[in-house]
Design a protein around this ligand. Sequence first.
Ligand code: TMP
Length: 214
Amino acid sequence: MKRGKFITFEGPEGGGKTTQAKRLIQRLRDAGFEVVYTREPGGTELGEAIRGILQHDAIKEALTDESEVFLFLASRAQLVRNVILPALAEGKIVISDRFADSTTAYQGYGRGFPVETMIAMNAFAIGEAIPDVTLLLDVEISAGFERLAVRQKELFEKADRIEREQREFHERVRNGYLELAKRFPDRYRRIDAGREPHLVEADVWKTVNDVLRG
Ligand code: TMP
């Protein structure tokens, strides 16, 4: 059977990745495709447990930045072997809300670990699971933070550990993604996510159609 397509959503916080991923999945299913949705960190039992540790200070001991990298990678390695590669082998479309590039952008460009090291560690974690297309939902940090603030007010969400980081960190993350888009032009598509959601959705749909046809 022909290998399915692997589509990842990436970008700084506040770009509407989760909303756009869900809308894309709906459109694909309406068009008759079998779609598997995953999110990072998470998507497996181990991954969800790791997500709890990373986002809600579930352990009392302070997490070192190095440990954080390994936790993201452990979650990813599990997701790749147990969910992503089997689904692709069955010809399904896999859509992941964040993937390997999040570690390069956040822990590499954001926290300052060597970018080449993050890329090499990711390569070990993901093996054959290289995305066919990465949709970079790019948004200026000020706009992203406004949207996040509204969301948090609405949902009475507590800002998670990473979202509390200062704005400069998120600027480095955003610029890191733009660097990655330049470095991997074959798989990256930058989409301006500072616009109305329906306009972003239309661009996402067009891009994905090109990939499915190609
Ligand atoms: P989000 O998916 O709701 O945006 O939250 C995930 C958070 O985890 C977000 O702040 C980005 C961060 N993250 C990393 O720092 N490194 C990673 O490898 C991944 C997958 C996420």
